[in-house]
Design a protein around this ligand. Structure first.
Ligand SMILES: *Cc1c(COP(=O)(O)O)cnc(C)c1O
Length: 353
């Protein structure tokens, strides 16, 4: 098989130090050395989000959806009435998780191509919502929602603000204090560029108070996790190698300053979006996250292009699902990629589209 290069949103191309760390013998974890690793994850993660004083870190062993599910189960309850921005499959997933947990849920459904606006948001004002759930980047379309605007809306309406930043984390700025965010959910295999298996959660003090009120999950009990994390431990066996890698990767990112990583993704996205003008594809007009660029292909041949790029060039783009399956591919900008990789991809696209 040819060496494949991933231009996907997750998993992504990993960094050499991650491959090394994740490929070595695991240490035992019920001791002080591993507690230091978990404490390092906590400090760096909360710092990377500018979490307010007294925030909590929870490291779960599951993919990102597990983090969404756990957050809904622990933070929301039957007295809540939540609003979910549903602009694609991940918004839809958030809504399904809420309904499954018997939480009163309304969605604001965006049609494909429709951008979320202040006007739309205001139409949802004064309806007694207690929480807003949003995917910072709706990865299925690449739309990036205005988190400042959403945070202000929540503050005005006294709503809890829960953000699935799984694909957006490290690609777009996120600031819990400035943007009034109560819950941030991320995971290990997007811009962190690690193996799947870990979901990282941050809770504001206000969100943590709600977690005290009881929940139904045994495995994903936030109180249990918070109690254990006080000494750098988890209730059950964690994905040890991934947490080692989280500490290492966030260490590198925070040593250099998080702005450097944000700038890198921003520059990569604009570099690619500039080059792609030479290829006859369309880019949607709504605001985009720096984590990926959706490209609309002519002639409903997205599936064919995907296959050709994989088989002939060893390049993997992100296919789309549902009604977008034949018309849209997404090009990821996260992970261990160089400008030269995007130049090669553009050359291939010029030939194939
Ligand atoms: C990747 C992703 C998830 C999590 O998906 P998993 O398959 O559970 O890892 C959730 N939300 C968004 C916006 C994502 O991009």
């Amino acid at each position: 098989m040819t060496q494949m290069k991933l231009f996907t949103v997750g998993p992504v191309e990993m960094y050499p130090y991650t491959l090394k760390t994740e490929g070595t013998q695991l240490p035992y974890f019920r001791d002080e050395d591993f507690s230091k690793v978990m404490k390092k994850c906590e400090d760096l993660y909360l710092a990377s989000l500018n979490a307010p004083e007294g925030s909590y870190f929870i490291g779960l062993t599951c993919s990102g959806t597990g983090g969404m599910d756990a957050s809904v189960q622990n933070i929301l309850n039957k007295n809540d009435k939540v609003l979910v921005i549903n602009g694609g499959s991940f918004g839809h997933r958030f809504a399904e998780i809420c309904t499954r947990n018997n939480i009163k849920t309304d969605t604001y459904d965006l049609s494909f191509g429709e951008a979320l606006s202040e006007y739309i948001l205001e139409s949802c004002s004064g309806k007694g919502y207690t929480a807003l759930l949003v995917n910072a980047c709706e990865t299925s379309t690449g739309q990036f929602y205005d988190i400042d605007m959403l945070g202000r809306f929540c503050k005005r309406n006294d709503m809890l603000f829960m953000v699935d930043a799984i694909s957006s984390y490290l690609a777009d700025p996120l600031d819990m204090k400035e943007q009034n965010i109560d819950v941030v959910i991320t995971s290990s295999h997007k811009a962190l560029a690690l193996s799947p298996g870990v979901s990282l959660i941050a809770l504001s003090p206000r969100a943590r108070q709600r977690a005290l009120e009881g929940n139904s999950s045994y495995y994903f009990d936030f109180n249990d996790h918070i109690e254990n994390q006080k000494r750098g431990q988890t209730p059950f066996t964690p994905a040890i190698s991934v947490f080692l890698s989280v500490a290492e990767r966030l260490g590198h990112i925070m040593d250099a300053g998080i702005q450097e990583t944000l700038d890198l993704h921003e520059k990569r996205a604009s570099y690619f979006r500039d080059l792609i003008k030479a290829v006859p594809v369309k880019i949607p007009e709504y605001p985009l996250s720096n984590c990926c660029t959706p490209i609309m292909l002519p002639d409903r041949n997205a599936g064919e292009i995907y296959k050709r790029l994989k088989e002939v060039y060893g390049m993997i783009l992100n296919p789309s699902g549902g009604e977008m399956k034949d018309v849209m591919l997404r090009v990821g900008h996260i992970g261990n990629l160089e400008y030269g990789d995007f130049e090669l991809l553009i050359e291939a696209l010029k030939k194939e589209v």
